[in-house]
Design a protein around this ligand. Structure first.
Ligand code: SF4
Length: 388
């Protein structure tokens, strides 16, 4: 079985098996997803035993890495038994953006060597939650609040990677556009934008792409769309009424990194109109100690875990402060050269010291990171760019 796709195929083709909770057999959304993936084997199951057999055939356990490799091709259609909406997992020690996350499902068929989900999730397979009515019910009071709510789906999976199968983006956009203060962020490394082009977001949706230096995108972001493909897709959604965001995260040291990040920044601002970009985040590579063990076993050719790191206040390994400052200065100064003055450029999870040294101010001086992003979102919602 060929477990990969060409650059022009949809990542939905990576799903080889769909396992449906018996409770959802014959329901409208489950049937639609199955019909949109005629290449996948379908199993109806009463419990997780069927999936466990797929990830560990014949109880032949050969390690979590192997389970993960197989699990990335198995989609479990089930229900979310917990809460859909959560605050972004932040730490007290670093400046956070106060963002809310909708948990639409777990795991991702793409395969970035640095992906935190390898160490973070309990199960090696993908899940998509079919109880979308519960999700919309939970969202309703939050979206109705008379304050800006920035909400996104790209925390435990890629927002659009299975959108061709689920059609969830359209359901969410239709919900968000009815609420004056709500903005939905869909975060992706794919070009799965067909559904987005079929609906008018009426200013309430921002599509964001993770960007990296060309060498990192090529060698560490397996099965993702190329940088050019991502930027072309961004230009297309921007021309169709969507706002844009970009995430330079994780910024990674590698031979030629300065040139690499400058190159990507130049390509970004050639491809898309600067005034369409609401925010750009920048975050240096950081990881939980457990991730190194799993990722280096799965990707022995990747060098990114073999730099010198310190343990941060959040117990994640990070580059030394001076190294982070060098990385950030190159990226942030490059972005500032081209960015619209109303675009919010911010650090994801950094200390005041780094903000001061690289940006020249601390978030408090601007009201805090959440307020900076709220102003940018408000500017997008009203059609006016926020001023610092
Ligand atoms: S695209 Fe995102 S969620 Fe998917 S493997 Fe890469 S980092 Fe993980």
């Amino acid at each position: 079985m060929n477990n990969d796709i060409t650059k022009d195929e949809s990542p939905a083709r990576l799903i080889k098996d769909i396992v449906v909770d018996r409770k959802y057999e014959g329901t409208s959304l489950a049937d639609k997803i199955i019909a949109r993936a005629p290449w996948a084997e379908v199993t109806i199951a009463d419990d997780n035993a069927a999936i466990r057999n797929l990830v560990t055939p014949d109880d032949n356990y050969t390690g979590y890495g192997d389970e993960l490799n197989r699990g990335k091709h198995i989609l479990h259609l089930t229900r979310n038994r917990g809460q859909f909406l959560k605050r972004c997992p932040a730490t007290r020690e670093y400046r956070c953006c106060d963002y809310q996350v909708i948990n639409i499902g777990m795991n991702c068929p793409l395969d970035c060597t640095y992906c935190i989900l390898q160490a973070y999730l309990n199960n090696p397979w993908l899940s998509f939650f079919l109880n979308t009515d519960d999700m919309l019910r939970e969202l309703a009071p939050v979206l109705a609040e008379k304050k800006i709510n920035r909400v996104g789906t790209g925390e435990f999976t890629d927002s659009l990677v299975l959108d061709r199968l689920t059609g969830l983006s359209v359901i969410l956009i239709k919900k968000f556009r009815r609420h004056r203060h709500a903005i939905l962020e869909l975060k992706t490394k794919t070009v799965e934008i067909a559904n987005l082009l079929s609906v008018d977001p009426e200013g309430h949706c921002l599509v964001s792409w993770s960007l990296n230096a060309p060498e990192v995108a090529k060698t560490e972001e397996l099965r993702t769309a190329s940088l050019n493909q991502r930027l072309q897709a961004a230009a297309k959604v921007a021309a169709n009424g969507y706002h844009l965001g970009f995430h330079f995260d994780p910024v990674i040291f590698h031979p030629g990194w300065e040139e690499g990040y400058r190159n990507t920044i130049a390509r970004l601002f050639t491809a898309v109109p600067a005034e369409k970009i609401v925010w750009i985040s920048v975050g240096a590579f950081r990881f939980l100690p457990e991730l190194k063990k799993i990722a280096t076993a799965r990707f022995p050719g990747s060098d990114i875990y073999y730099e010198e790191f310190i343990t941060g206040l959040d117990n994640k390994y990070r580059y030394f402060r001076t190294m982070r400052e060098d990385l950030y200065a190159t990226v942030v100064n490059g972005l500032k050269e081209h960015a619209h003055p109303g675009t919010c450029i911010y650090f994801c999870m950094e200390s005041d010291e780094i903000w001061q040294r690289v940006m020249g101010f601390t978030p408090e001086e601007q009201g805090g990171v959440p307020a900076m992003l709220d102003r940018a979102a408000a500017g997008a919602l009203t059609g006016e760019k926020a001023r610092k």
